[in-house]
Write a new protein. Structure first.
Length: 326
C-alpha cells in the first residue's frame, strides 16, 4: 500500500514538473519587447478615421503591454506588401467598410478578398450616414423629402466625395428604395461638398455623421434621419430611417480590426478579448462618442457575418446604380 502511494506520488510529481517545464519554456504572446504594426488604409492626417484608429490602438497598446505603431496606406497593393509574413500576430489591419467592401466591389480585379486574406478579430465602432439638407429646402422629414422629390424629379442635387464613394452609394440606395430621382454631384472630397451644401450650391447629402455634426448642432444644416438601426448617441433627437418607414435602408461607416490569414487562433482570441475590454472603458467610449462613433465589439464570427452581408448588400447597390468596375 505504502509503495503504491509512493509510486503514485512520484508519478504525480514527475507530471507536474513536466507540465511546469513546458509552460515555462513555451513561447508567450505578445513578446514584451516587440512592437505591433497597425495598417490603416487611409491618408495620414487628422481625419476621424485616423482619430478612431489612434485612440483605440493606444488603449489596446496599454492593455496588451506592447507598443502599436500606425502605418497609413492609400494603396491596397502597398498595404498588402506590408503584411507580416508568417502571421505571428504582430501586424493587424484597422480597416473600414470602404476599404474592405466597397472598394473591392468597384474594382474589376480587386487586390484582395477580405475573408481569404484576413482573419476577423472584431468590430470596433460605427458612424451612421445621415441625410442632411440645406436649410432653404422646404422639407423637414424623410417623408417630406420623398414627396418633394416625387413632385420635382431631377431638381435636387446631392453631393458626395466622388463616384462610387460611400456617400454616393448611400444616396443611390435611398433613391432606389424610394423610387425618386436626384442629380449626383461628385466632389474630390467630402469637405468641399459639405461646404457647398451649407452655402446652397447643392441641396442634400448622405454624409457620415461626424462630417456634419457641428453644422447640425449649430443649425447650419437640417438633419432628417440617420441611416442606422438605432439613433446615434451624438444626435439622439434625430430619428432613424426605420422610424421613417425604411427599416432596411442602412448605411454606416464601420471600423474593424483584422489580422493576416494564418494568424494563430489563440492570438486572434487574445486580440478580441483585449478589444472588447477596452471598448467597455468609459474613457474610450467618451472619445469615440466625441467623434460621432458608437462603440461596437463582439466576436470574430460577428465581424465575418457582417462582412458577408455588407458585401452582398453594397454589391446590389452598385449593380442597381449601374456603376462600372474600374
Amino acid at each position: 500500500m505504502t509503495m503504491r502511494r509512493l509510486a503514485t506520488g512520484a508519478l504525480g510529481l514527475l507530471l507536474f514538473m513536466a507540465s511546469w517545464t513546458v509552460a515555462a519554456t513555451a513561447p508567450s504572446w505578445p513578446d514584451p519587447g516587440r512592437s505591433i504594426q497597425a495598417l490603416v488604409p487611409a491618408q495620414a492626417g487628422s481625419g476621424v478615421g485616423n482619430t478612431i484608429a489612434r485612440v483605440v490602438t493606444e488603449a489596446l497598446s496599454t492593455e496588451l503591454g506592447n507598443r502599436i505603431v500606425l502605418q497609413n496606406f492609400t494603396s491596397s497593393h502597398g498595404m498588402l506588401s506590408n503584411l507580416e509574413a508568417g502571421g505571428e500576430g504582430y501586424t493587424v489591419l484597422f480597416a473600414t467598410v470602404d476599404s474592405l467592401v466597397i472598394e473591392p466591389e468597384l474594382q474589376r480585379n480587386p487586390a484582395f478578398e477580405p475573408l481569404a486574406t484576413f482573419e476577423p478579430i472584431g468590430l470596433v465602432a460605427e458612424i451612421p450616414h445621415i441625410i442632411v439638407v440645406n436649410n432653404n429646402l422646404p422639407v423637414h422629414s424623410v417623408a417630406e423629402l420623398t414627396d418633394y422629390l416625387a413632385k420635382y424629379p431631377g431638381v435636387v442635387h446631392f453631393g458626395s466625395s466622388g463616384n462610387g464613394s460611400a456617400l454616393h452609394l448611400a444616396g443611390e440606395a435611398y433613391m432606389s428604395a424610394t423610387g425618386t430621382n436626384m442629380v449626383h454631384v461628385p466632389y474630390s472630397a467630402a469637405e468641399p461638398a459639405t461646404n457647398n451644401l451649407v452655402s446652397g450650391d447643392i441641396q442634400a447629402m448622405f454624409q457620415v455623421l461626424s462630417g456634419v455634426l457641428n453644422y447640425v448642432r449649430n443649425d447650419k444644416l437640417r438633419p432628417l434621419a440617420v441611416m442606422s438601426s438605432e439613433r446615434s448617441p451624438a444626435l439622439p433627437d434625430v430619428p432613424t430611417l426605420a422610424e421613417a418607414g425604411f427599416p432596411g435602408l442602412l448605411a454606416t461607416k464601420w471600423y474593424a480590426l483584422l489580422a493576416p490569414r494564418g494568424t494563430p487562433q489563440a492570438v486572434i482570441q487574445r486580440y478580441n478579448e483585449a478589444l472588447n475590454k477596452v471598448l467597455e472603458s468609459p474613457e474610450l467610449q467618451e472619445k469615440l462618442l466625441e467623434a460621432g462613433a458608437t462603440p461596437l465589439g463582439g466576436s470574430p464570427e460577428d465581424l465575418a457575418r457582417l462582412l458577408a452581408s455588407e458585401t452582398a448588400r453594397w454589391g446590389r447597390v452598385i449593380q442597381d446604380a449601374h456603376l462600372q468596375p474600374r
